[in-house]
Design a protein around this ligand. Structure first.
Ligand code: ZN
Length: 274
């Protein structure tokens, strides 16, 4: 019976390697498990934190690693970054990302971002891995790239979606899922909520982007660092804003995440909390 089912969650995008929370990962993982978060997809953001991400994923079965170079950190690239990234992803059960395009900063080197992101996209296509994508103010460039690559063989996701409701349909054609973070909990989040309502149940995902994007809740943690245990709160608010019963919304987001990351999350532990 639905009311007796334990609600389960996959945090589709977070950064548990982040130095601000590194000393507390075992507590964070435990609190996540207590909240029903069975898996946390943790995304490296530059070569420097590939090692820390790998170590965490070996230590904690609930941590699913992705490796990529965030568009903010292109200055950190080594000359052989593509080889380093490709070898790392090929050798481990992992996804690609965080990667993408961010044109918020007018001085951003757009061509370089497009070149590096294209490298990530072709890696995900070649190795048939899920890809965890960051797009801000760069939707036209993103669509142009997708037109070149065609639909992804293995589905990917656009994290902390900030695009328009119209963009949702277009992205779905390329085998992309749409992930919502604590930004959907902001009282003034009209555009995000409109997009949320345009996403069909079989394409929605949930994430925290830990340790950032602390959700708008009545009793926020005074230290202000987000963690995956907050995912049920984000889910509740998102479900209300989507006009969907919470258990249905949570179940859909969980099933979608299991589908995207099916090759990285062993089926044997499906349904079990650990
Ligand atoms: Zn992120």
């Amino acid at each position: 019976m639905a009311s007796e089912q334990i609600m389960q969650y996959v945090d589709a995008h977070c950064h548990l390697h982040d130095r601000r929370i590194a000393q507390d990962v075992s507590g964070i993982v435990q609190r996540a498990a207590d909240a029903g978060v069975t898996h946390m997809v943790t995304c490296a953001t530059m070569e420097e934190n590939f090692g820390a991400t790998a170590t965490l994923s070996r230590q904690y079965p609930a941590i699913v690693p992705c490796y990529g170079i965030h568009p903010w950190f292109l200055d950190s690239l080594s000359p052989c970054w593509q080889q380093v990234l490709g070898d790392r992803v090929a050798a481990t059960a992992s996804g690609v990302g965080e990667t993408g395009l961010d044109f918020m900063d007018k001085n951003a080197d757009k061509d370089r971002q497009i070149e590096v992101f294209a490298g990530h996209l072709s890696l995900a296509l070649d190795l048939e891995r899920p890809i965890n994508i960051h797009i801000r103010k760069a939707w036209d460039a993103f669509i142009r790239l997708l037109k070149k690559t065609g639909p992804l063989k293995t589905p990917g996701l656009v994290h902390s979606f900030s695009g328009s409701a119209d963009m949702v349909k277009l992205l779905m054609r390329y085998n992309l899922y749409i992930s919502f973070s604590g930004s959907v909990t902001r009282p003034g989040a009209k555009k995000v909520v409109k997009a949320l309502n345009a996403v069909p149940g079989d394409r929605v995902l949930l994430e925290t982007d830990t340790p950032d994007i602390y959700p708008s809740v009545p009793d926020p943690d005074p230290h202000g660092l987000n963690e995956p245990k907050n995912l049920p709160t984000i889910a509740q608010i998102a479900a209300a804003r989507a006009g969907v019963p919470v258990p249905d919304f949570v179940f859909r987001a969980y099933a979608n995440a299991r589908k995207i990351f099916a090759t990285l999350i062993p089926e044997a532990i499906h349904g079990l909390r650990h």
